[in-house]
Design a protein around this ligand. Structure first.
Ligand code: ACO
Length: 193
C-alpha cells in the first residue's frame, strides 16, 4: 500500500470511491479545483496487490464503456488509477478561499475522506489525514483546519476527536441534505506535532 499526493489523473478514481463510500458527492470540476489550486494537500492510498480484488470489486458496478480509436468498445474499471494500481482511499483537502479578501488567518479544510471497506481499520485514514494536515501547516502556514462530520458517523468521529484531537466547535442543524446535523470540528495545527 502506498500513500502519495493525488494528481489530476486520480480524480476519476477519487470520485468513484467517494460515490461508493459517502452520500456527499461533488462534481468533477470541484475535484479539479482542489487538485489544481492546492496540489500539495490531497492524497491517495493505492495498492498494486491486484489479487486483493474483494471490495474494490463492488465499486466496479459502473464500468465506463469507452471506444478506442479502432471503434472497439472497452470496459474501463474506475477503481484503477492506471493498469496495476487501484485506489483504496483518498483525502480531498483545500485551503480557505480568497484569503486576501477575508481577514481570517490561513486555514485548511477537509472536504472529503474515505477508505474502501476491506481496507479500513488499518490506519490508512489516519495516515492520509496526517499527510494533509502536515502539508497545510508546512506549505500553506495554516493555523487551523476544519471539517464537518455527521453526528451518527462513529468511525469518523473516533478518528477526528480521539485519534487526531479535533474539537467540536458547534453543531450545525440539518447540515446534510437528509436533515442530519453535523459537528463542525476544528484542530489547531501546532508546530510541534
Ligand atoms: N468504529 C470505531 N472506531 C473506529 C472505526 C469504527 N468503525 N473505524 C476506525 N476507527 C478508529 C480506529 O480504531 C482508529 O482509532 P485508534 O487511533 O484509537 O486506534 C481510528 O479510528 C483511525 O482508524 P483508521 O484505520 O485510520 O481509519 P480507517 O482507515 O478505517 O478510515 C473512515 C476511517 C475514513 C471514517 C472510514 O471508516 C470510511 O471511509 N468511512 C466511510 C466514509 C466516511 O465516513 N468518511 C468520513 C466522512 S467526514 C468527511 O469526509 C470530512
Amino acid at each position: 500500500i502506498t500513500i502519495r499526493r493525488a494528481t489530476i489523473d486520480d480524480i476519476i478514481c477519487m470520485q468513484n470511491a467517494n460515490l461508493h463510500n459517502l452520500p456527499e458527492n461533488y462534481m468533477m470540476k470541484y475535484y479539479m479545483y482542489h487538485i489544481l489550486s492546492w496540489p500539495e494537500l490531497s492524497f491517495v492510498a493505492t495498492t498494486t496487490d491486484i489479487d486483493v480484488e474483494q471490495d474494490t470489486q463492488d465499486a466496479n458496478e459502473d464500468y465506463m464503456i469507452m471506444n478506442d480509436n479502432l471503434g472497439n468498445s472497452i470496459k474501463l474499471d474506475p477503481t484503477y488509477v492506471r493498469p496495476g494500481e487501484k485506489l483504496i482511499g483518498y483525502v480531498l483537502a483545500k485551503m480557505n478561499d480568497d484569503p486576501d479578501q477575508s481577514n481570517e488567518p490561513a486555514n485548511g479544510h477537509i472536504t472529503s475522506l474515505s477508505v474502501m471497506r476491506t481496507f479500513r481499520r488499518m490506519g490508512l485514514a489516519e495516515k492520509l489525514m496526517r499527510q494533509a494536515l502536515f502539508a497545510m501547516r508546512e506549505v500553506n502556514q495554516a493555523t487551523y483546519v476544519s471539517l464537518h462530520v455527521r453526528q451518527s458517523n462513529r468511525a469518523a468521529l473516533h478518528l477526528y476527536r480521539d485519534t487526531l484531537k479535533f474539537e467540536v466547535l458547534s453543531i450545525e442543524k440539518s447540515y446534510y441534505q437528509d436533515g442530519e446535523d453535523a459537528y463542525a470540528m476544528e484542530k489547531v495545527l501546532d508546530l510541534d506535532e
